[in-house]
Design a protein. Structure first.
Ligand code: FEO
Length: 578
């Protein structure tokens, strides 16, 4: 999945902020928050042309607001909204997607309209509960759910999970033939122009946005496109950038072509589960996050709503699958219908992983596991059995299980790639020598470690170090902005046992420090008792470097255990793989 951490400047009201409203159909007003100078989105998504956050108000016999905006617009947005409608008469707030650039003002709207019913997918409502920390009325919708607003506004909802969060829905107004898609078909482009009159000005930003947010989920894009084929659409009202009216078929066709091309070539894992059953949603997020770290795409499939042909297509094309055991079928001893389709489709070349989400009477897991192994499928990680509420520790287990599965699928490809580099070049690269270090990091209840040699001092002022971290390392998720870590320097002649221990392949969720002597640093991370020296650091920068992140940390404190000790060095034969 795409990195979802916002950089600190996201929340500062800075740069030029303006607001535009326009009547886009009878009873429907677009409220566009124009963020002219925003230059960064998520961690590494640089913007050239700012962005907009688009919200929409429908005034029927019932009144509905579709999405809100970023919290930096609170004053501008709320005063405009109050001019457009008496907020005590607002009946629904439809949340197509909960990322803060669209739901950042949900809490503010609730303050002025506590009577409102928030409409969203089950996952969206769960996310909102943890965002607003107050009770609210809610209505969970799925594909096919409808909401009658009167004055010809009948809304139909379409589930579009994984675009680019698992919470996403589209809202279609049959009365005006407007499809509200939030992030999907959006672009980060800030302009007074309401819609797409001049497409060549928008093409580059439309493509960049697709590549960053939608391309990694190409199959999910294709599934969503299939689900909206039945609608007659005059206007696509996106959550970012201009509304798509004049060239809407062309924009949709671009998504289709790009996604078909992407889907043909990429390796992907299908993740079958039942949304909202037990803790399945949280487990699915953690497992898919772990798989995505390896560069393998993930397609989420809700067995409760997926059509048989969707399950069959995904199960037959996927390189592997993960199955969250569904509830036992209510029809006597028959297996859950989605599960039956899946079992009839999988084949011996595939890898798999199973989990139980603790929902109740699940389909039996262990007989299924044996059956799949007898068919010649390869288990990528031991079954995950969730007996109590999930915690950070179980998130880690799921994340690492997903990574194990992804690595199993990419191993062959990685080896083939490293063999394709000429032997002169790989040996020349191998002559770059480094020291040997152990990076340790703690966040909440989770602690991890990584043996590292790609480490260097990077600055004097402030004192800073840079380390390269493979994107599929478990510790990667503990090395984001603001995270703490310790750089332990290993000593020449005294590092082999540590190196041997941390080079082991750990099973998912395993304690890396069992049997290792450590004590706690001021920043909470483990210091290796036998380290020659250590530095306590905070992550203050990250740079995308292909299959690695370059993590820059400012050094807060440190000490040397032995003044005369020498740092262990690492000499490699080749520089194309570890
Ligand atoms: Fe995924 Fe525009 O937020």
């Amino acid at each position: 999945m795409v990195a979802l951490v916002h950089s600190p400047q996201d929340v500062r009201p800075s740069g030029r902020l303006t607001l535009q409203t326009a009547e886009i159909a009878p009873d429907i007003t677009a409220i566009r928050c124009l963020d002219w100078d925003r230059d960064r989105f998520d961690i590494e998504f640089e913007l050239q042309n700012g962005t907009t956050y688009n919200s929409f108000l429908i005034k029927g016999e019932k009144n509905a607001l579709i999405d809100t905006a970023h919290c930096k617009f609170e004053q501008l947005y709320l005063s405009k909204l109050a001019q457009l409608i008496d907020l005590t008469t607002l009946d629904y707030l439809i949340v197509n997607h909960t990322e803060p650039d669209h739901s950042g003002l949900v809490k503010a709207v609730l303050r002025h309209a506590p009577q409102v019913t928030i409409v969203g997918s089950k996952v969206a409502i769960q996310f909102l509960q943890s965002m607003v920390h107050q009770p609210f009325n809610s209505l969970i919708v799925k594909s096919g759910s409808e909401l009658e607003l009167g004055r010809k506004h009948r809304l139909e909802f379409v589930s579009a999970p994984n675009l680019h969060w698992p919470d996403t829905i589209f809202t279609y107004d049959a009365g005006t033939r407007i499809l509200f898609t939030c992030d999907v078909f959006g672009m980060h482009y800030c302009d007074d122009c309401l819609s797409d009159e001049v497409p060549h000005l928008l093409e580059a930003d439309f493509r960049l946005y697709y590549d960053c947010l939608m391309g990694p989920n190409a199959r999910a894009v294709l599934m969503a496109l299939k689900r909206i084929e039945k609608f007659e659409v005059d206007l696509i009202a996106t959550g970012h950038g201009p509304l798509l009216r004049h060239h809407r078929d062309d924009w949709v066709d671009r998504y289709r072509r790009w996604s078909e091309n992407q889907a043909q070539t990429e390796t992907f894992v299908a993740l079958f589960y039942v949304e909202g059953y037990g803790s399945s949603d949280r487990l699915v997020r953690a497992i898919s996050n772990g798989i995505a770290k390896t560069g393998v795409a993930v397609e989420l499939v809700d067995l409760a709503v997926a059509e048989t042909h969707e399950i069959r297509t995904l199960a037959s094309c996927a390189a592997g699958f993960v199955l969250g055991m569904p509830p036992q079928s209510s029809q006597g001893s028959a297996t859950h219908p989605g599960l039956s389709t899946l079992l009839a489709t999988v084949s011996a070349r595939q890898v798999f992983g199973l989990f139980e989400s603790g929902g109740g009477e699940d389909e039996p897991l262990f007989p299924l596991r044996s059956h799949l192994q007898e068919l010649g499928l390869v288990e990528a990680f031991p079954p995950i059995l969730m007996k109590s509420a999930p915690t950070e520790v179980t998130d880690k287990l799921c994340d690492e299980s997903g990574t194990d599965l992804g690595q199993r699928l990419t191993r062959e490809q990685t080896l083939k790639h490293s063999k394709s580099v000429s032997s002169g070049l790989d040996r020349a690269l191998g002559r770059i020598s480094n020291g040997l270090y152990l990076i340790t990091a703690t966040k909440g209840d989770i602690t991890s470690a990584m043996l590292a040699s790609w480490v260097t001092q990077a600055s004097f002022e402030p004192l800073g170090v840079a380390i390269a971290v493979s994107k599929d390392r478990a510790i990667e998720s503990l090395l984001h902005y603001g995270d703490q870590f310790v750089l332990n320097v290993l000593e020449e002649g005294n590092y082999q046992p540590v190196m041997k221990h941390f080079l082991k392949r750990f099973p998912p969720g395993a304690d890396r420090f069992a049997g290792v002597d450590t004590y706690q640093a001021n920043n909470g991370c483990p210091i290796l008792a036998q380290a020659l020296a250590y530095l306590e650091c905070e992550v203050t920068g990250r740079l995308d470097a292909g299959d690695h992140w370059i993590v820059y940390g400012t050094v807060n404190t440190g000490r040397v255990a032995k003044w005369e000790g020498l740092t262990a060095t690492h000499h490699r034969k080749v520089g194309t793989h570890y």
